[in-house]
Design a binder for this molecule. Structure first.
Ligand code: PEP
Ligand code: MG
Length: 558
């Protein structure tokens, strides 16, 4: 934490979006500690009654919250309530208490066994396994008289301060009441950050010192500067809100295709994962799609989808972009996005395993089916369909993919640059592709050898770092030399000032969450290509991410 001149305390993290919000803090309760396995001091009947009562109360509480929230939240919470009521689970809990365990430990151990069983089944059920921990924690909190884990209930708007949000928490977020999100863990590509970006919620993530905030504290959450100010002076609030209004006015005025101040075109494309998100992207003014994450469509599939099934999905999405570019990524299976039909479940280190294009090379028939489906859907559509391969490591892989895509009727085939080897060898990889698209999320993860999903190393997941920017510069230079387009499709493109830097490093298009397009468009319109190159030079020569940000911010002060 640091202190401002006025005396108020400022907590720093990574801001998502540009807005500023003021409000009272409401903390998400700390996770309940794992119970210790020690013999019960109660008799078996009493312990069994405690266990049954807490599971019943947990189910009732989940349903009550679901009914209050309605929509998909009601479905998610009802599914959790059913887990708490599962008869097999109840029998296992009874068994364990009969053997002398406490109700807390019996529930914890029975849920753990149940979770392992679901995980071994893989697929959709495997993905739901984590929800059991959520149910167990609620029941244990009930037994111990602790606050219920999960998003706190309130009738008035609040700033939610949490360690991080679990997927089940995000389902219950009432966007009319949550003014802003502040998390102590997680980085710019964490689940919470992606949700905030998608829903346009003001957020600061990875703000470790926010752990010291208490319920009722008044905070000013400034996403643009990544700060959370405790007890801000009135003039700070006025200034921040005025800035938000100015930004909103600029955003409201900015429309049409992306352009720099000198008229240089910079297409603003969307990252999508389904036909629904394609519709939303088109409505938000995306000029096309720069990344269609096709694996998202098949996360729950046990076996590879048929050509016909895929063709239907792709055609639905393409229909929203007649006459515009849609870049489809071939299935990117592995690590955080396992697909039962492509991913080896037994890898010890899946982020470094046979993922992305490596898995597709090993299952060429799956890739051939997907490319065939894409070629057929493209032939029936007015969209300008291009295809790209994920997690490419060598020029040889890039050539192999391009040749296969051309053979199967897709004339424009590129590669993602997200493995450092690919950026380091850009002078060879770039000419082996029809275009390249830089995935800054994975590129940053691999440059720093820091898991992008792990809160404890979130400080490394910062694409402002010159170590990442220098690689992007190298790819940009190779693209210009070989006249090969260089897109950016990681979350970095959604940060308006970083977007300007990326253009200065040679990006020829930017693809992002649709909700970020208006802000990025407004920022780009304020800088010429020469400005962008000047800012990029400042950023790449800085020592750290922080220094790069500051150098650019200082250069922009009028
Ligand atoms: C990336 O890695 O930057 C990217 C765009 O792909 P994903 O986030 O889906 O891994
Ligand atoms: Mg990636």
């Amino acid at each position: 934490m640091s202190t401002l001149e006025q005396g108020s305390v400022v907590i720093r993290g990574v801001g998502i979006g540009r807005a500023t919000t003021v409000g009272p803090v409401l903390r998400m309760p700390e996770p309940v500690a794992d119970p210790v396995d020690r013999p019960s001091t109660l008799d078996v009947d009493a312990e069994q009654a405690r266990a049954a009562a807490s599971l019943a109360a947990t189910a009732a509480q989940l349903r009550e919250r679901g009914e209050a929230a309605g929509g998909t939240a009601a479905e998610v919470l009802d599914a959790l309530a059913m887990m708490a009521e599962d008869p097999a689970l109840a029998a296992d809990v009874q068994h364990r208490t009969a053997d002398g365990a406490t109700a807390e430990y019996a529930i914890f151990a029975a849920m753990g066994a149940f979770r392992e069983m679901l995980q071994s089944l893989g697929g959709y059920l495997g993905e739901r396994a984590g929800d059991l921990d959520d149910v167990a924690r609620r029941a244990i909190a009930h037994l111990q008289g602790l606050p219920t884990p999960g998003v706190p209930v309130s009738d008035t708007p609040f700033v939610l301060v949490a360690r991080d949000l679990a997927p089940a928490d995000t389902a219950t977020l009432d966007l009319d009441l949550v003014l802003a999100l502040v998390t102590t863990d997680g980085g710019p590509t964490s689940h919470t950050a992606i949700l905030a970006r998608e829903k346009g919620i003001t957020a600061v993530v990875g703000a470790a010192d926010a752990a010291r905030l208490s319920d009722g504290d008044i905070v000013l959450v400034d996403a643009e500067n990544g700060t959370v100010e405790l007890d801000p002076a009135q003039e700070r609030i006025d200034l921040a809100l005025q800035r938000t209004q100015t930004l909103e006015a600029i955003r409201a005025q900015s429309s049409g295709p992306g352009r720099l101040a000198d008229g240089h075109p910079m297409p603003l494309l969307a990252n999508i994962g389904s036909a629904d998100s394609a519709r939303e992207a088109a409505a938000r003014g995306a000029e096309g799609v720069g990344l269609f994450r096709t694996e998202v469509l098949f996360l729950a599939a046990e076996s590879a989808p048929s050509v016909e099934q895929q063709q239907r999905h792709y055609a639905e999405a393409f229909a929203h972009f007649p006459g515009q570019k849609v870049v489809v990524r071939a299935l990117d299976a592995g690590a955080d996005k396992p697909l039962a039909f492509l991913t080896d479940q037994h890898e010890e280190n899946p982020a470094l395993g046979r993922r992305g294009l490596r898995a597709l090379i090993a299952h060429e028939e799956v890739l051939r089916d997907q490319l065939t489906a894409l070629a057929r859907a493209a032939a029936d559509s007015d969209a300008e369909v291009q295809v790209m391969a994920p997690m490419v490591s060598t020029a040889e892989e890039a050539r192999w993919f391009r040749d296969l895509a051309h053979e199967l009727g897709l004339p424009v085939a590129g590669v993602m640059v997200e493995v450092p080897s690919c950026a380091i060898m850009a002078d060879h990889v770039v000419p082996a592709a029809d275009f390249v698209s830089i995935g800054t999320n994975d590129l940053t993860q691999y440059v720093f050898a820091a898991d992008r999903l792990l809160g404890t190393v979130a400080q490394f997941q910062d694409p402002w770092h010159p170590a990442v920017l220098r690689l992007i510069e190298q790819v940009g230079r190779a693209g210009a030399e070989h006249d090969v387009p260089v897109g950016i499709c990681g979350e970095a493109a959604a940060d308006p000032r970083l977007a300007v830097v990326l253009v200065g490093l040679g990006a020829t298009s930017l693809s992002m969450s649709p909700s970020a397009i208006a802000d990025v468009r407004a920022e780009l319109a304020q800088h010429s290509l020469d400005d962008a190159r000047r800012l990029a030079a400042l950023a790449v020569s800085a020592e750290s991410a922080e220094a790069a940000r500051s150098a650019v911010a200082d250069a922009l002060i009028p």
